[in-house]
Design a protein around this ligand. Structure first.
Ligand code: ZN
Ligand code: ZN
Length: 157
């Protein structure tokens, strides 16, 4: 069993007791045992964790108590997603679909199997259709044609 008094979003705060509705100063999670939407927190635990990861990526010094919940733009999400286009072999193996933000295709991740290049931290997928290293795995990224189109604009235009 995981320790129920450790903040389930950021892991940085130890609450005095389970479900005492204290608020974690690092991520803003209210100490509730409801992990779905509709509890003391406005988002589900999964959504909280996802948003917190994005905040930390964009600003490694992010603290909820100081920064609150800045509004995330589509470009912010693109910046966050871009990290998964390099050294991404492990994530691709855990994904069922991948998307290429150069040629805009979404395809079965098994098609990547022979298409990797070595980089300093591991292996980076190249797209089996266009050969560009702009492949995103769906285990980390919420893939959509809109996202791929926005990422193309941000990186290739
Ligand atoms: Zn926290
Ligand atoms: Zn491609």
């Amino acid at each position: 069993m995981p320790d129920k008094t450790i903040c389930p979003v950021c892991g940085k705060t130890e609450f005095q007791e389970e479900c005492n509705y204290d608020i974690c100063k690092y991520c803003g999670w209210e100490n509730d045992d409801c992990f779905e939407e509709g509890g003391a927190n406005t988002l589900s635990l999964i959504d909280y964790k996802n948003r917190y990861q994005i905040y930390m990526y964009l600003n490694p010094k992010y603290i909820w108590k100081t920064n609150g919940y800045p509004k995330l733009t589509a470009k912010d999400y693109c910046t966050y997603c871009h990290q998964y286009s390099t050294s991404n072999q492990e994530n691709i193996l855990l994904s069922s679909k991948c998307g290429c933000f150069f040629c805009q295709k979404i395809f079965d991740s098994k098609l990547i199997s022979a298409h990797y290049i070595n980089d300093k931290d591991g292996k980076t997928a190249v797209c089996p259709f266009c050969g560009v290293d702009s492949v995103l795995p769906d285990n980390k990224v919420d893939l959509s044609t809109d996202l791929l189109a926005t990422m193309y604009k941000v990186w290739f235009e």
